[in-house]
Design a protein around this ligand. Structure first.
Ligand code: M6R
Length: 612
C-alpha cells in the first residue's frame, strides 16, 4: 500500500527520499511524488508522476532540485480516493503552496472537512482525502508547524500516518501517526522517517516506532516525540536485525523467487533454539506463558487475512489435535463486526506477516476488549499487531518483499505447530509423542530443500499448463488449507482463475466445471485422508480434467492416476502443508513468469493492507 519517506539533514533530500521510496516499491503503488525544500531559500519544489518510480525519476531529472534542498518528503500512492493521476498523487500542497503533506490511511470525515474548507474559500485540486489535511493545516496555522499540525489533527477522524513540511518552517519536518505506521530512524546529524523500516535500514538499524497519537518533530539534530496534546513522550528504540542486503534481489529474477529459495534458512531461523528434543516440547518465550497460564486456556480463536489465514487454519487443526483445546478460525475482517462470543480463558492468536494488516489489528483490539489473552505471530519486529497483542512470537524469516507471501506462510505454520506441541505437552501429550513431533520439525529445512531441488521439473510442468484459464486445487485435512493457499498463490500472481476446494466438496457443485481444459492440482501426500483424496482424483480424471498431483516420494499409486507429479519427502501430516505449499509456490511462480506477469508487484495488490 502507500509508502512514506521523509528526510531532513545536510545531504540532498531528493536522492535519499527517492532511494527510500524504491525500497518501498514492493508494497504496491500506482503513482509517486516528492516535495523538497532548501532551508536557505525556502519554497517547495513538487514532483509527481503516475506509474513507477522511474517516471518520478524522469520528472525530477527534467528540473533537478538544487543539492541545497536538504529537506524532503516522498510518497508512493495506492489509489483509494480518486484514480491514479498526477493531480491525485502525493505530496499535496496547501492552497498557499507553503505546506506539503504525504499521507497513508483514510480520512473518514474528509467530505465534511472538505465542504467546511470550501465554504471558507479553499480550492481543491484533487479527489483525495489527503488534500483536506494540507488545507486544514494551513487553516490551523498558528505558532510552529508541529503545533499547527496537532491543531489540525484534532478535527480528523480515520487513520493516518503523515509527514509534513512547510516553506515557512524549513528547519523542521513533522510526522504523526494514528492507525498507520510511522517509524523514525535514530540517526546522527540528520533524521529520517518512513512508513516501513525497509526504507530506513540502509541508514541505521536503530528505529523508533510511533504509537497512535504520537507526533514526531524532526530536525537535523534528531527527533523529538510529543503527544497530540503537545506533551513530550519518549519511546524506546528497537534494533532491527535485518541485513540491508536482504532487501535486494541477490541475483534472482524476482523477490518472490529469492524468498522461495530462502525458505530452508528462514525456517531454520524460525525453529532455532525453540525445539527442545529431549523434553519433547518447544520454548516460545515471547508468549510469556507459564504452565499454569497455559493450563488455563480453554479455547483458542485464530484470526488473520489471506495467506496468514490459511496458515491459521493449519494451526487451528493442530491446536485441537495435539493440545486438545477447542480451536476455531475467524476471518479477521469479520471478527469485530460479527460481535463474536469470547468465552472466559480464550486465547486469540493473530497471525500477520507485516503486523500492520488493518483488519487483523482491529480483531486483536476487539478481542482484548472482550477479555481474551492476545497472542500474535508476526514477522516484522515492533509492528503494530505485535505491540498491540503484547505477547507473541516473531518468525525471524527476514524481510518479505514479494507481494505474494511465501516464506512467511511456512514459518507461520512452523510457529503454530510449535505452539500446539508446547500446549499439548502441558496437557495430554506424552514425552515420546512430543519428541517424535519435535524430531520431525527439526527435519524441516532439509525437507524444504528437497522440494526446491525440483525447481526445473516444476517449471517444465508449468510450461504444459500456463495457457489454462481456470484451475482447481483440492485437498482434505491438513491439505485443505494447502489447497486454498495454492489457489491463492496462483491467482494473485498469474491472474489465472483458481479455486481451492475441500476434495470432498468438489462434487457438491464445482465438479460441473471440470473438463479437459480445467486442470486440478491435487494435494495428496501419504497422510490421513490420502486414499479418499485419491478417490476424488479419480472423479476428476473421469471428467477428463488433467491432474497435477503433489504426492509423497515413491507413492506407488499416484503415477497411474495423475498426469504430472511433484514429489515431497515423506513427513507427518502436521508439517506436510509446508513442503506442499513450497511446491505450489514454485508452480505459481513459473506459471506467472511464463505468462510474463509482473510477479513482485501484481496488479491491484499491496503488500501490507492497512485499510479495511
Ligand atoms: O501481512 P499479513 O500477513 O497480515 O497479510 C495478510 C494478507 O494480506 C496477505 O497474506 C496476502 O493475502 C498475500 N498477498 C498473499 O500472498
Amino acid at each position: 500500500m502507500c509508502g512514506i519517506v521523509g528526510y531532513i539533514g545536510s545531504r540532498p533530500a531528493a536522492d535519499i527520499v527517492v532511494s527510500g521510496l524504491k525500497k518501498l516499491e514492493y508494497r504496491g503503488y500506482d503513482s509517486a511524488g516528492l516535495a523538497v525544500l532548501d532551508p536557505a531559500a525556502p519554497s517547495i519544489g513538487l514532483f509527481r508522476a503516475v506509474g513507477k518510480i522511474a517516471e518520478l525519476d524522469k520528472a525530477i531529472a527534467s528540473h533537478p532540485p538544487a543539492s541545497t534542498c536538504t529537506v524532503g518528503i516522498g510518497h508512493t500512492r495506492w489509489a483509494t480516493h480518486g484514480a491514479p493521476t498526477v493531480a491525485n498523487a502525493h505530496p499535496h500542497l496547501s492552497m498557499d503552496g507553503r505546506i506539503a503533506v504525504v499521507h497513508n490511511g483514510i480520512i473518514e470525515n474528509y467530505l465534511a472537512l472538505r465542504s467546511r474548507l470550501e465554504s471558507k474559500g479553499y480550492v481543491f485540486k484533487s479527489e483525495t482525502d489527503t488534500e483536506v489535511l494540507a488545507h486544514l493545516i494551513q487553516d490551523c496555522l498558528d505558532g510552529g508547524l508541529a503545533e499547527s499540525v496537532m491543531r489540525a489533527l484534532v478535527h480528523v477522524e480515520g487513520t493516518y500516518g503523515i509527514a509534513v513540511v512547510s516553506s515557512d518552517f524549513p528547519g523542521v519536518l513533522v510526522a504523526a501517526r494514528k492507525g498507520s505506521p510511522i517509524v523514525i530512524g535514530d540517526c546522527r546529524g540528520e533524521a529520517i522517517v518512513a512508513s516501513d523500516v525497509s526504507a530506513i535500514i540502509q541508514h541505521t538499524d536503530k528505529v523508533v516506532f510511533l504509537d497512535d497519537g504520537d507526533v514526531a518533530v524532526l530536525t537535523p539534530e534528531g527527533a523529538e516525540l510529543r503527544t497530540l496534546g503537545n506533551s513530550t513522550v519518549s519511546r524506546s528504540s528497537t534494533v532491527v536485525d535485518w541485513d540491508p542486503g536482504a532487501i535486494e534481489k541477490g541475483g534472482f529474477e524476482h523477490f518472490m523467487l529469492k524468498e522461495i529459495f530462502e525458505q530452508p534458512e528462514a525456517i531454520a531461523n524460525t525453529i532455532r533454539g525453540r525445539l527442545l528434543l529431549d523434553d519433547g516440547t518447544c520454548k516460545l518465550s515471547g508468549l510469556q506463558l507459564d504452565p499454569q497460564k497455559m493450563a488455563e486456556i480453554t479455547n483458542i480463536v485464530v484470526t488473520a487475512c489471506g495467506t496468514s489465514y490459511y496458515a491459521g487454519l493449519v494451526g487451528s487443526y493442530a491446536f485441537e489435535q495435539f493440545a486438545g483445546i477447542p480451536a476455531r478460525i475467524e476471518q479477521a475482517a469479520e471478527f469485530r463486526y460479527r460481535n463474536p462470543i469470547i468465552a472466559p480463558n480464550t486465547a486469540l492468536v493473530s497471525i500477520s506477516q507485516s503486523g500492520e494488516t488493518a483488519d487483523t489489528l482491529a480483531a486483536v483490539r476487539e478481542a482484548k476488549r472482550k477479555g481474551a489473552l492476545t497472542l500474535s505471530i508476526c514477522n516484522v519486529v515492533g509492528s503494530t499487531i505485535a505491540r498491540e497483542a503484547g505477547r507473541g512470537v516473531y518468525l525471524h524469516a527476514g524481510p518479505e518483499i514479494g507481494v505474494a507471501s511465501t516464506k512467511a506462510f511456512i514459518c507461520q505454520v512452523a510457529v503454530l505447530d510449535m505452539m500446539a506441541i508446547m500446549l499439548g505437552r502441558t496437557r495430554r501429550m506424552s514425552n515420546s509423542e512430543g519428541t517424535t513431533m519435535v524430531a520431525a520439525m527439526l527435519r524441516l529445512p532439509e525437507i524444504v530443500k528437497r522440494v526446491l531441488e525440483q525447481n526445473d521439473a516444476i517449471r517444465a510442468i508449468a510450461e504444459k499448463y500456463h495457457q489454462a484459464r481456470d484451475f482447481f486445487y483440492i485437498g482434505r485435512g491438513y491439505m485443505f488449507p494447502a489447497a486454498l493457499e495454492g489457489a491463492l498463490k496462483l491467482k494473485e500472481i498469474s491472474y489465472i482463475h483458481a479455486e481451492g476446494y475441500h476434495a470432498a466438496e468438489l462434487k457438491h457443485g464445482p465438479i460441473a466445471l471440470l473438463d479437459e481444459h480445467v486442470p486440478v492440482v491435487a494435494c495428496v501426500p501419504q497422510i490421513p485422508g490420502h486414499r479418499k483424496t485419491l478417490g476424488n482424483v479419480q472423479e476428476c480424471r473421469a471428467r477428463r480434467a488433467p491432474v497435477i498431483a503433489i504426492a509423497t516420494e515413491g507413492d506407488p499409486d499416484i503415477g497411474g492416476l495423475a498426469n504430472d507429479v511433484i514429489s515431497i519427502p515423506e513427513c507427518p501430516e502436521f508439517i506436510a502443508p509446508i513442503p506442499v505449499v513450497v511446491a505450489e509456490q514454485l508452480f505459481a511462480y513459473h506459471m506467472a513468469n511464463l505468462r510474463g506477469e509482473p510477479i513482485d508487484q501484481p496488479r491491484n495488490l499491496a503488500k501490507s493492507v492497512t485499510v479495511e
